[in-house]
Design a binder for this molecule. Structure first.
Ligand SMILES: [Zn+2]
Length: 291
């Protein structure tokens, strides 16, 4: 049983070190190169896990990276060049500074959604807007309410380069500014994928052949169209967050990943059980309230 696991914002050094050591004890922690060899060169894997970290949180550099070096653990880290270069924060980081209910009211008042949308989680509501609308609403709302969004939550390009040069970290692309690709038009979706791969390769001065789809759910967040754009951009390994095990017969441009250790404790079944947090139903209902 071989699989890929994803981590996010890991703020506690003690907690993540304990988890990393648990992984190291139970699995062969393989590198991105070994995942590549599995798909393209016939490498056999046994009881292997590849660890990945999405988004390039500041904690990834400050908390996790020192532990990866200490315990010699290979990972792939997915970052967005626009965020690293321009010291932007992803939208879901900015909205943590807002009053959720007030911001939902604002979205209704501004004519983005009909009344009734307020009962859904803000993060899901924003996933049904195009990314330019999301950032525009956030900036306007922050301006009106004098909310400071300048505090940096993600890694900068120097930190990305340092991690890339460590020999333990494969840097993968994660679009320019984290849109829900399925909610964008074809041109924008292609731009977000291809441009992020090209920009990142220039910035780290290495080819970029790994990619993670933002939010990562098949059909809700990406589809065949995005897999084709990834292929066009020269991506060899693209990751979703659909649960599952590595399977040589399936496409390396929609590699499943799991993100909860409790699934691993159930063995193979835990790895393939569908997600309990199905976003499709609420997101379809939100979509029906869009103006
Ligand atoms: Zn992400």
């Amino acid at each position: 049983m071989n699989f890929v696991f994803y981590l996010h914002d890991e703020k506690s050094s003690e907690n993540i070190e304990r988890r990393l050591l648990w992984f190291k004890k139970h699995y062969n922690l393989v590198s991105s190169q070994e995942i590549y060899s599995y798909y393209y060169e016939g490498l056999k894997l046994y009881n292997s896990c590849h660890l990945t970290i999405d988004d390039g949180w500041l904690s990834t550099y400050q908390v996790v990276f020192p532990l990866l070096k200490k315990h010699k653990i290979p990972v792939t880290i997915f970052v967005s060049p626009e965020v690293c270069l321009n010291k932007l924060n992803f939208w879901y980081y900015d909205i943590k500074k807002f009053s959720e209910n007030d911001f939902k009211q604002y979205l209704v008042c501004e004519g983005y959604f009909k009344e009734g949308v307020e009962k859904y989680p803000l993060e899901l509501i924003l996933k049904e807007l195009e990314i330019d609308e999301v950032y525009s609403c956030i900036r306007k709302y922050a301006f009106i309410h004098h909310i400071d969004l300048s505090e940096r939550g993600f890694v900068n390009i120097e930190e990305v380069k340092e991690m890339s040069d460590s020999g333990l970290v494969e840097i993968g692309a994660h679009t320019m500014i984290h849109p829900i690709l399925a909610a964008e038009n074809k041109k924008r979706s292609e731009y977000e994928i291809v441009q992020s791969v090209n920009n990142l390769a220039t910035l780290i001065d290495k080819p970029v052949t790994s990619f993670a789809y933002p939010n990562g759910l098949w059909m809700d967040d990406f589809g065949q169209r995005e897999m084709e754009f990834a292929n066009k951009a020269g991506i060899k390994l693209a990751y979703s967050v659909q649960p599952g095990v590595l399977n040589i017969k399936k496409s390396p441009l929609a590699i499943p990943r799991v993100g909860q250790e409790k699934r691993l404790k159930l063995g193979r079944l835990g790895l393939i059980l569908p997600s309990l947090h199905n976003q499709r139903k609420p997101r379809n209902l939100i979509k029906s309230l869009k103006l």
